[in-house]
Design a protein around this ligand. Sequence first.
Ligand code: SF4
Length: 700
Amino acid sequence: MTDGPVPTHCPYCALQCAMTLTTTDVADAATTPVTVAGRDFPTNRGGLCKKGWTSAELLRAPSRLGAPLVRGADGALRQASWDEALDLVAARLRDIRSEHGADAVGVFGGGGLTNEKAYLLGKFARLALGTSRIDYNGRYCMSSAAAAGNRAFGVDRGLPFPLADLDDAETILLLGTNVAETMPPFIGHLAGAQAAGGLVVVDPRRTATAKLTDDGKGLHVQPAPGTDLALLLGITHVVIAERLIDEAYVAARTTGFESVRRSVASWWPERVQAVTGVAAPTVRRLARRLAAGGNTYILTGRGVEQHVDGTDTATAAINLALLLGLPGRLGSGYGTLTGQGNGQGGREHGQKCDQLPGYRKITDPDARAHVARVWGVDPAEIPGPGVPAIELLGSLGQPGGVRALMVHGSNLVVSSPNAAAVRRGVEALDLLVVCDFVLSETAAMADVVLPVLQWAEEEGTMTNLEGRVIRRRRALAPPPSARDELWIMHELARRLGSTAAFDTDPEAVFEELRLASEGGIADYSGIDYAQLDAGEAMYWPYPRGSAGTPRLFADRFAHPDGRARLVAVTVRAAAHRSAARGELTLVTGRLLEHYQSGAQTRRVPELLEAQPELRASLHPATAARLGIADGDPVELANGRGTVRGRARVTTDIRPDAVFLPFHYGDDQAANLLTSDAVDPISSMPEFKTNLVRVTSLAEA
Ligand code: SF4
């Protein structure tokens, strides 16, 4: 920690833009201003978005939590000492465990935690708490793309190539991702494809990213919500029917072509048009553009992944990329754009219910033996697989379910689907402990709130959307009452009588993570803080003694035979229900000014001022039919809940859909309307194609 500029990265999204933080008095966290400046880095090239520029404001926000809070007999939260709060948590956890068993204690982690915290949280749950019930909010984010990547390639790294490779692309197909708003510096990497007339954006909304094609050179394709899979099957049909595939590549590097060929045989463009609304000539044009040669990328985002058929949709995108011979070809490829700050690292180190560090399967005896050796325990002491997030949350307070929940880095009563049901589950808990630095909607319901450090006050590592490991550095002292979550885990483990080691020094935890990951899919064993401090250009897998792997799949895929899997997928009739008369399809997503549940960005005055309340985007024709004018108060409702906001009337949305951002709480929480039905492979909930009725609340 120095008085000079400290190089670090933005606390928010997975682009992890490089920035410097400068403060004149590092020890005076309460009053000294902190200055943020963009830093030149291959991903953001000095650029930041509004969220990045204002990120330091939360460090001094009056809403920042001070001391630990404990709920008193009167039902109100009151300040407590750390000893009182931790003693209380440990005693309650012990009681609940002895009365209901270890799996009555659950842990809910987050994709924004550092690698060190994500790693230690998995170890803490399994050894100190002895529970299998751990999962995290990345289940809502990357699980479908991760499942599809693992199935096709044998490995899941969001971008298997450096982001800067996109600069030389002639064609980029963006499927369900609005990077111009979610990670604005990213669009600098689209400029080459844009200039070449090869930028294609598939999105039911005319997003800021779709508007990049307004120059008339690119293409915006607006399928009906939930029909991306049919569109991809149709493009694949054309590619095969017109013999546009890379036959040599398919023969040498893949398996499963015949089954995929059969599966798309009936998806001719006219049928695709009937299902998606995308004109048959457009489907053909798209296929031919993608197959035209030159540097070509296919990139997916949450828009096509956050569905009950999200894994199959991502798989269809991968199939298309493989048939065109893109993955592993220098200057081309397939990738998925990770969303949360450490959405990549967060899914590698053991926060997932079915996983151990190194992206190892918890059911694999060799993996268990390896991790047990590093942890100094018998493999039998590591619980077996738990249950994914939705199942875990569905069991809250239920007989045989989770009765005590520890939450780290997540505002789950706002960000979870079917949020009212989740809230009821949380209310039924015997104990809710939340680690946060603001009183989020979830923290406000807690029995104990533990105030933690913010990004600029801690050391650690993150793994960005490229699989590049980067350093988070401490630029200033934290408030005296805040604590590192590593310390909290150490203290609770000690109080619970765990004999396992829970280090409090981030570098020591990273050293242990290196060992635990060694030999796994996400192998970090060759990476250390000293090398990262000398330059952040280390991508996993980075086995000890290797040179790392910026680009994957050049020679082989990660399956034992080295080949990628083409997997036949099909449209399941029951995947998305058609709208009945008067219903609209609800599409949820993000705004430039806010991040995730908005727990942080709604506390930054400039960001809140720009987007202060929920706005429901409606097409002018729909608004006219419903008697709604721009700015009118509106209500959106379905069988799960009711949401209130104001109408935004815009041609940026299809007439059959309504868009809501998911950054607001209370009766503005979009997830009151979303379904907890899940993808059978990834357990991703359905966030994008729920049906709602919209009514005006304006006085007649
Ligand atoms: Fe931060 Fe993402 Fe904005 Fe970059 S794009 S400044 S990482 S929120």
